[in-house]
Design a protein around this ligand. Structure first.
Ligand SMILES: C[S@@+](CC[C@H](N)C(=O)[O-])C[C@H]1O[C@@H](n2cnc3c(N)ncnc32)[C@H](O)[C@@H]1O
Length: 361
């Protein structure tokens, strides 16, 4: 009975609200969804896209989730010998994030990812506070990797933007150790990526329509994309990531919650969903990706690293493998290894009740 009433209400609203209502509330076929996604992500100039999502807290050299993606690859290349430097790098990133936070407060700048040139310029003024230091760890890793001789890891990155993360992969010396393919729906992004890094492979492509063979890559990397897809498309893209991955998937989420269900939200022509950690992990588990490192970033930084000002309270990173290879090497865990609250011990533990800034992705 309730279902019948719901269907009636739905039909009445659709008739009253017309196309806009329909777009917001009815599932779209993947082809229609791709058209809308493409329109959203192609809007704006190539220069704007080149600068988008790589400044402020999104700067991949100091963004903790970008660092975790690099740590996953470094763990595979360097093994346990890299663990101590990884922990150091997280503390270093926290220090630089805090410099950004304080400088933004001094200048009265609201830190987010902006397409608007004036707002973006304000974030760049804040960035000047760390410009002298943000390369410190990429330099360190590069020195180590330059001497290393190993077989490259094959990686496909879904929704790579304008080589947003690859720029820091290259700065850290990962380039020669990766057989890398970046895919993005936007031609402008791919043209930017090719210009910046002609040594890597870049393709305009749709992660909902991939023709690569099963297990064609060692790892699939995907950052800040799944929340922007309808649930059907997101589940399809995640299944594709697992189909393509011989070993594992390295996933960065900007909007996830410890909730039983996904929460759908349409913003303009695409989605801004809150994904359920439980449901994503269930899908990974069901497909045989039983070895996982799941980190709620803000909680992890607060309880293990004593930092209470993580810029995004809804960020999660999940690294999932068929058999544990990199997650056993990574030193990062939600529980502090010595069972104590390290931050509290050193007197810098901050309990933050503020909500993180949500970015305009
Ligand atoms: C929020 S940005 C993330 C970019 C990059 N991964 C990062 O973390 O900085 C989302 C990206 O997804 C791309 N994208 C959206 N839908 C896609 C699809 N169906 N297939 C491939 N790329 C897509 C957009 O062009 C855009 O570059």
């Amino acid at each position: 009975m309730a279902l019948l009433q719901h269907a009636k209400r739905t039909a009445m609203r659709a008739a009253a609200g017309g196309v806009l209502w329909t777009l917001r509330h009815l599932p779209l076929g993947f082809r229609a969804e791709r058209t809308l996604l493409r329109r959203s992500w192609q809007s704006g100039s190539a220069d704007m896209l080149d600068a988008y999502l790589v400044s402020g807290y999104q700067n991949p050299r100091v963004n903790v989730q970008s660092i975790l993606v690099r740590h996953a690859l470094l763990a595979r290349l360097l093994g346990p010998a890299a663990a101590a430097a990884m922990e150091e790098e997280i503390d270093w990133a926290i220090e630089l994030n805090e410099v950004l936070r304080r400088r933004a407060a001094e200048l009265g700048v609201k830190m987010a990812a902006y397409r608007d040139p004036v707002k973006h310029a304000a974030v760049r003024r804040v960035d000047a506070a760390i410009a002298e230091r943000d390369h410190e760890f990429t330099d360190r890793w590069r020195q180590r990797l330059d001497r290393l001789e190993t077989d490259p890891i094959s990686v496909i990155e879904f929704a790579c933007g304008s080589a947003n993360d690859y720029r820091a992969f290259a700065a850290a010396g990962l380039g020669p150790h990766l057989d890398y393919l970046g895919i993005d729906l936007s031609e402008k992004n791919i043209a930017n990526a090719r210009r910046r890094h002609p040594e890597a492979r870049w393709e305009v492509g749709d992660i909902l329509d991939l023709s690569h063979d099963d297990r064609a890559f060692d790892y699939v990397v995907a950052s800040d994309i799944f929340e922007h897809l309808s649930i059907e498309a997101m589940e399809h893209a995640l299944a594709e990531a697992m189909r393509l991955a011989q070993d594992g998937v390295i996933l960065t989420f900007f909007n996830m919650a410890d909730a039983p269900d996904h929460e759908v939200r349409r913003v303009r022509a695409y989605h801004w969903n809150t994904l359920s950690r439980e449901r994503i992990e269930a899908q990974l588990e069901a497909a045989g990706f039983g070895a996982r490192l799941t980190l709620p970033i803000a909680r992890w930084l607060r309880t293990v690293h004593g930092y209470g000002h993580s810029y995004n309270q809804h960020a999660w990173t999940i690294i999932a493998e068929r058999v544990p290879r990199i997650i056993d090497v990574l030193p990062h865990r939600l529980e502090h290894p010595h069972g104590s609250d390290r931050g509290r011990d050193r007197g810098t533990y901050v309990r933050s009740d503020e909500r993180g800034e949500t970015d305009e992705h």
